[in-house]
Design a binder for this molecule. Structure first.
Ligand SMILES: Nc1ncnc2c1ncn2[C@@H]1O[C@H](COP(=O)(O)OP(=O)(O)OP(=O)(O)O)[C@@H](O)[C@H]1O
Ligand SMILES: [Mg+2]
Length: 281
């Protein structure tokens, strides 16, 4: 029997050419903030999510993902199945999982959260028992994360992949999770809507900041009515990431979250108070 082209490779040349040779590329994610490029690839009857780096920070992020997945296994966490190298860049292979991302915060943003047709809005309209079951899945996965000594970073609704038909929540993109506690040496990567104050202010990421972020997720996903902060301003957030060398959002792209370049604090949207941006409200 011949070796599996994704699960048993060690080194290939140009990744895209290789994937086109061994299967059919049906999705390309090449406009992410992270500096990674990913592909949905069908090989025979199976589908895979194949992710590689294009920048040094992205390469480091994929190294962290390898460390994370070696330490943490959980049915809700989409686990790493294999890795190989393409022209010296790491390539990570995950199973393709059906579902809808609750929010696309990166370049191809899709619908704003508050659009009634967005996945975010559809999710928040589900019966509360279904939302609670999804939150339970997220919490349970993070008990496994905590047991392995890791803490969350860059955890937000862009990591929540929900299958509305099967009512299943799965989690993806653990590239920024690290063994905790740790102090970030780069500007935080993530959505300020979900961040603990320490993350924005250069403090320590630990299990408490993970709990804070999970609390924000629960509060945002379980409260269908709230679209405004108690203080008045609209819910808004910023998202930053370190993988790309410059601004990633084309001018004029409608957005409910913004990205910032390395070295800059997360950007705020016009009309959003400093505290709300910092606190992720
Ligand atoms: N296993 C998977 N199955 C199906 N789709 C996936 C899978 N993993 C990721 N995706 C999709 O691919 C997109 C990009 O994945 P991911 O978030 O890991 O990339 P990234 O380069 O780290 O992006 P970001 O800049 O948002 O951090 C996700 O938003 C999701 O829509
Ligand atoms: Mg990422």
């Amino acid at each position: 029997m011949s070796a599996h082209p994704l699960l048993e490779s060690t080194s290939v040349g140009d990744l895209r050419r290789y994937l086109d040779t061994v299967g059919t590329v049906f999705r390309v994610f090449d406009r992410q903030d992270s500096g990674c490029v990913s592909y949905g690839v069908a090989v025979d009857a199976e589908r895979w999510f194949v992710k590689t780096s294009t920048t040094p920070p992205a390469r480091r992020a994929l190294g962290r993902a390898v460390t994370f997945h070696a330490a943490v296994r959980h049915p809700v966490i989409i686990g790493l199945r294999a890795r190989f190298v393409a022209r010296a860049e790491p390539v990570l292979v995950y199973p393709w999982v059906d579902g809808v991302l609750l929010h696309h915060a990166t370049v191809d943003r899709g619908l704003p959260r508050r659009d009634p047709a967005s996945a975010w809005s559809r999710f928040r309209r589900l019966p509360v028992t279904q939302v609670e079951a999804a939150m339970d899945a997220i919490f349970d996965a993070h008990l496994a994360v905590d047991r392995a000594g890791f803490v969350a970073s860059d955890l937000y609704d862009g990591c929540f992949l929900y299958d509305f038909k099967r009512r299943l929540m799965r989690l993806l993109d653990f590239d920024e999770f690290r063994p905790g506690p740790f102090v970030a040496t780069e500007p935080p990567c993530g959505s300020s809507r979900f961040m603990a104050p320490e993350e924005v202010l250069g403090g320590t990421f630990d299990r408490r900041t993970t709990v804070f972020t999970l609390g924000r997720a629960a509060r945002l996903l379980l409260d269908p009515a709230t679209t405004r902060r108690p203080g008045g301003g609209p819910l808004a957030s910023s998202r930053s990431c370190t993988g790309r060398p410059g601004p990633t959002r084309p001018t004029g792209t409608p957005t409910s979250a913004t990205s910032s370049r390395p070295g800059a604090p997360p950007r705020r949207e016009p009309g959003v108070g400093r505290a709300s941006a910092r606190m992720g409200a």
